[in-house]
Design a protein around this ligand. Structure first.
Ligand SMILES: Cc1cc2nc3c(=O)[nH]c(=O)nc-3n(C[C@H](O)[C@H](O)[C@H](O)COP(=O)(O)O)c2cc1C
Length: 183
């Protein structure tokens, strides 16, 4: 109910957890949200634009350029202003570092810098990456900037290691978003 008619930009980064973004899109659409997916180039190796575009009912955006020959491009400023929320799930260590430091080498990171809406991040990475002080500091920095960073729950990781680093489950992300928009 709280997400009915909300405009959600979903950023998907290059993590093995990217397969879960398909379920997240499905749940957002079922909740009545309008979903626009932005994939990083790395993410497209884990989950296809065809899957996410079909589920979101919107063509997936990947690069700055739409039609290079015609000089058409995706306007990161307009996208940032369009959204009621930017959700980055999964957020990779690389993208977290870029966002925490204001780097914008791709469409997703440029949209983040342009967005005025609340930003939610669901980091996902292997045990020792997540525990690395560089990642801890970058996540703390993003929190200080006012972003909502979800803790990565412990459990079995794709590497076979066990501990924190998993992406928050799509159902739990939905609960957090619904809570946010109903208050
Ligand atoms: C099989 C595989 C799984 C990966 N899983 C993760 C992951 O869960 N989290 C992460 O931060 N990086 C992971 N990486 C590394 C990222 O894909 C890599 O850092 C990439 O540059 C991220 O790009 P992006 O932040 O632009 O999406 C993985 C790489 C491979 C090959």
């Amino acid at each position: 109910m709280a997400l009915q008619g909300r405009k959600i930009l979903l950023g998907v980064c290059g993590s093995i957890a990217a397969y879960k973004s398909a379920l997240l899109v499905r749940l957002l659409v079922k909740a009545g949200a309008e979903v626009q997916v932005i994939l990083t180039a790395s993410a497209s190796a884990f989950v296809t634009p065809l899957t996410l575009g079909t589920l979101s009912k919107n063509p997936v955006l990947m690069g700055f350029l739409k039609d290079e020959a015609a000089g058409e491009w995706h306007n990161h400023v307009d996208l940032g202003l369009w959204a009621d929320a930017l959700v980055i799930a999964p957020a990779s260590a690389n993208s977290v570092a870029q966002l925490a430091n204001g780097h914008c080498p791709n469409l997703l990171t440029a949209v983040y810098l342009s967005a005025r809406c609340p930003v939610f991040l669901a980091p996902a990475m292997d045990l020792d990456m997540y525990a690395h002080p560089a990642v801890t500091e970058n996540l703390a920095r993003l929190r200080r900037f006012g972003n909502h960073v979800f803790d990565s729950p412990p459990g079995e990781l794709a590497s076979g290691l066990s501990g924190p680093g998993r992406m928050l489950e799509p159902e739990d992300i939905m609960r957090k978003l619904e809570e946010f928009f109903s208050t």
